[in-house]
Design a protein around this ligand. Structure first.
Ligand code: MOS
Length: 751
């Protein structure tokens, strides 16, 4: 399949869009699936990492003598070992921040100081406790504003500002506000949310001569391969990274983690395979978080519902090391508005580093933007759905006013409201008793759309079974299932006859990391092209055998049939050329996105909540998500993503926050008991997913726009707006927790 001859968009499909269970569902639920932590190799050693117990400290001296003599201990690594003195870079904009694998300058509680490899994990942990470290404790700073103060401790040589201020500007904001009939300005705060994927981070490393093989729980095997090759100064060809079953990543498993390098170093030094799986408690300190944000948003509108201006100042703490943490793009792009100024800054603090976290920055920004939209609608006396519908753009204003390939935002709002019973629920009386009820809406878009490069290979064997070879990881979302469905769609091979090889830099095709909600978007067109390449080769074979032009043939259910006479046909299994050749190999690549248009997924979420005015508890009674993510590839895995997104949104809105102790700078809730994530009891029985398919024929050849992240962007804001509808009180700070609710309600009564 040549790039210039991209296949036509699908019309009706036979397999795509169906509600099909994951191809590996049995393995996953039965326990047969082998995750990285399940891997056991002969002679394998286990590691434990010594982490700095202070938020800010210098390592003065490390004594490892006693630990080295302990039973089972095979090796210890500290910054004094030449091979471990590996530079560790963090890039942000034009700045570069340098650290080391075991940097003696520890900038957060949990930073790596030393590591032990031993015969058992218990021996490794015992030895870690026996390492004596002398620290110089340094003054620390946890608060963003304090960090910018003149006397604040310097976390990096260049100061505590992580990025240059990011700006988006258009029109004349001052004139916009002058023309506005109503104006509001509010500061919204969101708490730091910790990455807690069900499967903890882990790697297993093994050397054969100069070649390193690493099994890693990662969203991108090629990213880890590149990172390891760079850190260990190896050619890429000597580094093989494999990732099979995964229990989630959400952004915390895209970039190389230090424990992976530690495993590789130990394996090289000891000549034994080494496993480095970190503990759940370490997860809370060291694998990243959705950073805390403060967004001050001023918004103005005219009586007729036109938005006159947006002005937003955003501030985020990126913790001790930088990562991309801006989210203001939505303010500049989600609604029609001629006058916009968005400024965002990112600040270092002595706390665990920020990291990409399911739609980085966007749920935080939606918390501010969508509550502001709610407040504006009220001031205008308009229904919040109607107000949004009045301001839906057809072009991406933040990107040169290029049109979207499709936008289902209006449909998400209108059809979502209809399906939710918005008007009736909104009008329902919420008086009576201590239980207050309300409904709220919020919308969102996701600012990324995937694209090339992606290559896939499909092999069709002589017996009609097939093999799909692709580089993408399956984080648990059903990537393998959806991609196999693409092959089944084009070749008529049943799913159970499609074997999938994936996420292995040694044997599969290059793919970018599974992140940014772009795996299906980036890779399914390549898989489709590979399957079509196989198909065209099969038709050529049949053409020769049947003596009919290939253009007159089509493949239907494993049989090649002439479009002119159904009598003229041959089963794929009876193709003589295929029998002789043994296999047909199809190669597919991903063409570019349209140059003159913008690809974006959209969403609108609706929530109904009950607020207990006596206890301050907030219960989400029901929710509906209307998602425009383009074509639905598999209705079942689609719903899984949406329900998962809403569940994480409940965590963000109602439960999750990192608590740092002001006196010690240490995290006080670094465990799953004290750090609350939503459980089945926090999720309403009534969760509804309404796919809005705009039949986008321009975004790419499968019509997909990305789902995982847009499904969590508006959730918390919809809950907050429902809370307002129920109580008449605006809650500006996540998570909405009982103590805060009671204080807000008490203050309301006094007014
Ligand atoms: Mo994502 S936060 O790109 O996994």
């Amino acid at each position: 399949m040549k790039l210039e001859s991209q296949p036509k968009p699908w019309g009706d499909t036979a397999v795509i869009g169906k509600r099909l269970p994951r191809v590996d569902a049995y393995e996953r639920v039965s326990g047969a699936a082998e995750y990285t932590s399940d891997i056991v190799l002969p002679g394998m050693l286990h590691t434990a990492i010594l982490r700095c117990p202070y938020p800010h400290a210098l390592v003065k001296k490390i004594a490892t003598g006693a630990a080295a003599k302990m039973p089972g201990v095979r090796a210890i690594l500290t910054d004094s070992d030449a091979e471990a003195r590996i530079p560790w870079y963090f890039h942000s904009g034009s700045k570069k921040f340098l650290s080391r694998l075991f940097d003696p300058h520890c900038r957060y509680e949990g930073e790596e100081v030393a590591a032990v490899a031993a015969d058992t994990p218990q021996q490794a942990w015992d030895a870690v406790r026996a390492i004596a470290v002398e620290y110089d404790e340094l003054p620390f700073v946890l608060d963003m504003d304090e960090a910018l103060g003149a006397n604040a401790p310097k976390i990096h040589q260049t100061g505590n500002r992580a990025f240059d201020v990011q700006k988006i500007e258009r029109g004349d904001v001052a004139r916009g506000f002058a023309e506005a009939d109503v104006t509001i300005e509010t500061a919204y705060r969101t708490a730091c949310e910790i990455h807690t994927p069900l499967e903890v981070h882990g790697s297993v490393a093994k050397w054969e001569g100069n070649r390193l093989t690493v099994w890693d729980s990662t969203q991108g095997v090629f990213e880890i391969q590149a990172g390891l090759a760079h850190a260990l100064k190896l050619p890429l060809s000597d580094v093989r990274v494999i990732c099979h079953y995964m229990g989630g990543g959400f952004g915390s498993k895209i970039a190389l983690n230090k424990h992976t390098v530690i495993a590789a170093l130990f394996a090289r030094g000891t000549g034994r395979p080494v496993k480095a799986c970190i503990s759940r408690e370490e997860t809370f300190l060291a694998v990243g978080n959705r950073p805390a944000h403060v967004f001050t948003l001023k918004a103005g509108a005219k009586k007729d519902g036109t938005i006159a201006a947006f002005e937003m100042h955003g501030k985020a703490t990126t913790g001790a090391y930088p990562d991309w943490t801006v989210g203001g793009f939505q303010v500049a792009d989600l609604y029609r508005c001629a006058n916009v100024r968005v400024e965002e800054e990112q600040i270092f603090t002595n706390a665990g580093p920020a990291r990409a976290f399911r739609a980085p920055g966007f749920p935080q920004c939606a918390w501010a933007l969508e509550q502001s939209m709610d407040a504006l609608a009220e001031k205008l006396g308009m229904d919040p759905v109607e107000f949004r519908l009045k301001n839906v753009p057809t072009v991406s204003q933040a990107q040169g006013n290029k049109p979207y390939t499709s936008t289902g935002l209006s449909r998400c709002l209108a059809e979502g409201a209809e399906a939710f019973g918005w008007k009736q629920a909104r009008a329902r009386s919420k008086n009576g008793g201590p239980i207050l009820r309300g409904v709220g809406v919020a919308a969102g878009l996701w600012g990324y759309s995937g694209g090339p490069p992606s290559t896939a290979i499909v092999k069709l064997f002589a017996d009609g079974s097939a093999n799909l070879n692709m580089g993408a990881s399956d984080l648990g979302t059903g990537t393998k299932t959806v991609m196999a469905m693409v092959v089944a769609e084009e070749l008529g091979v049943p799913l159970e006859k499609i074997q999938i090889e994936y996420a292995d830099t040694g044997t599969t095709q290059y793919a970018t990391a599974s992140g940014g909600s772009k795996t299906v978007v980036a890779d399914s067109p390549a898989v489709r092209a590979a399957a079509l390449d196989v198909k065209s080769k099969l038709l050529d074979m049949a053409s020769e055998q049947l003596n009919v032009p290939a253009a007159d043939l089509e493949l239907k259910g494993g049989i090649v049939v002439s479009i002119r006479s159904t009598e003229t046909k041959v089963a794929v299994a009876d193709l003589r050329a295929l029998a002789k050749q043994g296999v047909v190999v199809g190669v597919g690549t991903r063409g570019p996105n349209p140059a003159d248009k913008i690809v974006r997924p959209f969403a609108a979420h609706f929530a109904e909540v009950e607020v207990n005015a006596r206890t301050g508890e907030v219960r989400v009674v029901r929710m509906l998500a209307a998602q425009d993510s383009g074509r639905v590839m598999n209705r079942l895995t689609y719903e899984s993503q949406v329900f998962g997104g809403m569940t994480m949104g409940i965590g963000f809105g109602l439960l999750e926050r990192r608590v740092l102790d002001a006196n010690t700078g240490k995290m006080t809730n670094a465990n799953w008991h004290d750090y609350k994530i939503p459980t089945a009891l926090d999720v309403p029985a009534s969760l509804e997913c309404l796919p809005i398919d705009p039949h986008d024929t321009e975004c790419n050849t499968t019509g997909t726009k990305g789902l995982g992240e847009p499904a969590t962007i508006p959730t918390a804001a919809a809950i907050a707006n429902a809370f307002y509808h129920a109580t008449g009180v605006r809650v500006t700070e996540t998570p909405i927790r009982p103590a805060q609710v009671l204080a807000l309600l008490a203050a309301r009564k006094k007014v």
